[in-house]
Design a protein around this ligand. Structure first.
Ligand code: GDP
Length: 197
């Protein structure tokens, strides 16, 4: 897919206020600092469409971007920021449950995972929650430039082992690096295929 246009539409703190349009949407979510803004900027070939985070975990906004005038890319807040209080974790959970529960336009979620780390429960628990709630998702491994291919494969295999305890198949996954422009076409072509079906 060639990105001809990418425009910021709106930021919302409430799911109810998100765009009413029925355009298909694709949500990007992951731990704070996982490289989500960088990935969105790589995918859209825009330097600063998504703001790379200065203060992770501070703002919990749903950001809608209109791509090629025919689908929405949704930037969801980062989760698992160590320094947030228990009460704000609860608010976040509610917020995310609302988003995934209410957005019928959502085609699939992309859960971003930093490839450098072995599987973290906060990520695998979130994927299992998505699965249990029937929300389709793919995994996007980020920062692949930081590891050698063997280590990348080991970390992917470790995720497979955890997820295959719950499911028969590993969800779709992508290996990406925003600094080296890796994985862009694969993710965009996947979205393109889903849009056409
Ligand atoms: P966000 O908080 O998930 O939106 O993450 P950002 O996009 O702001 O990135 C967090 C940090 O990771 C920044 O210092 C980025 O420069 C760095 N980063 C993001 N993507 C990559 C990548 O593909 N490779 C490397 N080496 N660093 C990255």
């Amino acid at each position: 897919m060639h990105i001809k246009s990418a425009e910021f539409v709106m930021s919302n703190s409430e799911v109810e206020k998100c765009p009413k349009s029925r355009l298909p949407e694709y949500a990007f979510i992951g731990r704070s600092n996982v490289g989500k803004s960088s990935l969105i900027n790589m995918l859209t070939s825009r330097k600063s469409l998504a703001k790379t985070s200065g203060r992770p975990g501070k703002t919990q906004l749903i950001n809608h971007f209109l791509i090629n005038k025919n689908w929405h890319l949704v930037d969801l807040p980062g989760y698992g920021y160590a320094r947030v209080s228990k009460s704000s974790k609860k608010v976040f959970q509610k917020f995310i449950t609302n988003y995934f529960g209410q957005r019928e336009q959502l085609v699939t979620a992309f859960v971003l995972v930093d490839i450098r780390h072995t599987p973290q429960p906060v990520d695998s628990d979130f994927m299992i929650w998505l699965g249990e709630n029937g929300i389709p998702f793919s995994i996007i491994f980020t920062k692949a430039d930081k590891l050698r291919p063997k280590a990348i494969q080991d970390h992917v295999d470790a995720y497979k082992a955890i997820l295959l305890e719950t499911w028969e198949e590993m969800p779709n996954y992508f290996i990406t690096s925003s600094s080296k422009d890796i994985g862009k076409d694969e993710v965009l072509d996947y979205i393109d295929d889903l849009n056409e079906n």
